[in-house]
Design a protein. Structure first.
Length: 148
């Protein structure tokens, strides 16, 4: 992320779409023709879903999660509660949250980069306010947001 800030921004998904396989990132293509300007990043206090909720109320927040499980990779809807760990390996952007009635109806609304055919039109609902301080799939371990 420091490289994105150092280069002043990042291109759009349209110009550098998700390819669906593990390969080498074309950094020059990713950081050329900026569609979003970034000057730096601000960290949200880790392992604190209350602080994360306050940050998400102001702007989208990037979080790292464990996306290695079959259940996550083939998620198609509902509130995702795992299985997963806090060994993070993938980034998603939390754009909001819902606090419906009852403890089991609270969730984060996260945009994934795996196309609109994945999950709920490209989104996943991750369980919110879980007993683990790291959050569902480690989402609270190192959240941050860009500064302009």
């Amino acid at each position: 992320m420091a490289l994105v800030a150092a280069r002043g921004g990042i291109t759009s998904e349209e110009r550098y779409p998700y390819a669906g396989f593990q390969g080498k990132c074309d950094v020059d293509k990713l950081l050329f023709d900026h569609q979003a300007s970034v000057k730096g990043f601000k960290a949200v206090p880790p392992n604190n879903e209350g602080q994360l909720a306050m940050a998400v109320a102001m702007q989208p927040v990037t979080v790292y999660i464990d996306a290695s499980g079959f259940e996550f990779q083939f998620y198609s809807g509902g509130i995702y509660r795992g299985p997963c760990s806090a060994n993070v390996n993938h980034a998603v952007t939390i754009v909001g949250y819902c606090e419906g009635p009852g403890e089991r109806n609270k969730y984060w609304i996260a945009k994934n980069s795996w196309s609109n055919d994945w999950g709920e039109q490209g989104y996943v609902y991750l369980a919110k306010d879980v007993p683990l301080s790291t959050g569902t799939c480690g989402l609270a371990t190192s959240p941050f947001y860009p500064t302009a």
